[in-house]
Design a binder for this molecule. Structure first.
Ligand SMILES: Cc1ncc(C[n+]2csc(CCOP(=O)(O)OP(=O)(O)O)c2C)c(N)n1
Length: 453
């Protein structure tokens, strides 16, 4: 049982990823961001259009989730784990599968077209091993909780399943998904059934479809999850930010960040280093140590420092995953991120459905050193790194062909008819109950697989 009143934040367990592997993960993170952006760009600006209608896609929603999903898929996931990906990060998922060799270039080129990679991960329409179909926000995370409860039920009833390591059911959650009522039904039900092996990783970018998320929502999220027996890990600051906080003036900078409203944070992120400087220098003018700390940064340094949130610091994310992986407690990660991270769209107030212009995309491509025509090459522009990256991806634990992930189940015989209860007059409710009762007593494979709830 989860100790219901346990308040403690567990001791953080540092990740065990060596420098070489960390460098590979950083390169992959960049590549996933590029490929997800390019997939959307290609569908909107390059693919031939017969009707002139907008194709769409969500480059900013993808960028905010790339660090979390890179750490997850290229490091932490085990082959048996299952993931529900927030709907608009579908291109991130497809890019990862493409790098692992389980998604085709043709499907990416046909993103959002008939037969191509889907706008939202789909078990029935996608070809690259989607675990949970998402699209309606709030459904994916709830499904992971209920799947974990079902897993526990099955493990209690089947010795062979008990001998296997349990699957971890994981959701990458958009923060606006917390607005959906079924999320709370899932939390309640999880508490009642002593939920285990479930992670919800909240991509806390604080921007939604058409607005900024209410300030301090994290407090409510934190309390609700703890109340229902979850461990909560807050990933607010990256390592670079943490190092700055330890320096003279760092305390004031930390306080400023903590007090900064979400809409101002997003606006300054969009405007960049010079805007940060103007604002910070205005607010911290009386603190000479803080002013010196800010003064020694170039504009680019300042932008990198102020956007170095926990959800974009691979090491912070890996530490948090290592901490949660030490046991089977359900864990909620509140990962602070930037919507559109690293793209010209970052923090822009209308970035939800915003798409980079061809000029912005060309600048992004040039910065990565990707030659024209090489856009789909998995490791274009990475020169001598390509071989190391290919070897790294091939060795990733989760990178297994779909058929090895037990996607099929044994065939069960189902009778064409069921015995009708022998009585002249009977309510349908009672007749149904008797049919089920007789079936349960039949000791068939079918009876073994029926659960009433
Ligand atoms: C049940 C449901 N209601 C409304 C929508 C419309 N909708 C699309 S995106 C979105 C907000 C997504 O914001 P967030 O979860 O924060 O994800 P982000 O794209 O910011 O990462 C909403 C409400 C939906 N897809 N499903």
């Amino acid at each position: 049982m989860v100790p219901r009143d346990e308040p403690a934040i567990p001791e953080a367990i540092p990740h065990d990823v060596g420098d070489g592997a960390l460098r590979c993960l950083q390169d992959l993170e960049n590549r996933v961001r590029w490929l997800s952006s390019w997939t959307i760009h290609h569908a909107n600006h390059i693919r031939e259009h017969v009707d002139g209608l907008k194709v769409g896609g969500h480059q900013a929603s993808c960028a905010s989730a790339v660090t979390l999903m890179t750490a997850l898929y290229f490091h932490t996931l085990r082959p048996q784990d299952r993931v529900a990906v927030k709907p608009h990060a579908s291109p991130v998922f497809h890019a990862i599968q493409y790098l692992m060799g389980h998604q085709s270039r043709e499907n990416l080129e046909n993103f959002r077209a008939k037969g191509g990679a889907q706008s939202y991960p789909s078990r029935t329409k996608d070809a690259d091993d989607v675990d949970f179909s998402t699209g309606s926000v709030g459904l994916g995370p709830a499904m992971t909780a209920f799947s974990s409860i079902v897993q526990d039920y099955l493990r209690r009833h089947h010795d062979d399943l008990r001998r296997e390591e349990p699957r971890r059911m994981i959701a990458v959650v958009g923060d606006a998904e917390m607005d959906e009522g079924n999320m709370y039904e899932a939390l309640w039900e999880g508490w009642k059934h002593d939920l285990r092996n479930c992670w919800w990783i909240i991509d806390y970018n604080r921007q939604s479809l058409d607005g900024v998320v209410t300030d301090h929502l994290f407090r409510l999220i934190d309390r609700l999850f703890r109340t229902t027996g979850w461990r909560v890990l807050n990933l607010k600051y990256g390592k670079r930010m943490m190092a700055a906080f330890k320096r003279p003036g760092g305390k004031a900078l930390k306080k400023w960040i903590n007090d900064c409203p979400n809409d101002l944070y997003s606006a300054l992120t969009f405007q960049g280093g010079a805007a940060w400087r103007e604002h910070l220098m205005g607010d911290l003018a009386d603190d000479s140590a803080a002013a010196a700390l800010i003064g020694e940064c170039t504009d680019d340094d300042l932008q990198a420092l102020m956007t170095n949130l926990g959800g974009h610091c691979l090491e912070t994310v890996l530490d948090a995953f290592a901490t949660a992986a030490k046991d089977d407690r359900p864990t909620c990660f509140i990962a602070y991120t930037v919507k559109g991270w690293g793209l010209p769209l970052q923090g822009h107030k209308d970035n939800h459905a915003g798409i980079m212009t061809p000029d912005q995309m060309a600048g992004y491509q040039a910065g990565l050193g990707i030659a024209d025509g090489d856009e789909w090459e998995p490791f274009a522009g990475m020169k001598e790194r390509a071989e190391a990256l290919r070897a790294f991806v091939d060795a990733v634990p989760f990178n297994r062909p779909p058929e090895s992930r037990q996607m099929s189940a044994a065939h069960i015989d189902i009778p064409d008819t069921l015995p009708v209860p022998d009585q002249d007059t009977l309510s349908t409710q009672e007749a149904f109950g008797r049919i089920m009762y007789d079936l349960a007593g039949s000791r068939t494979d079918l009876a073994d697989r029926i659960v009433t709830t």
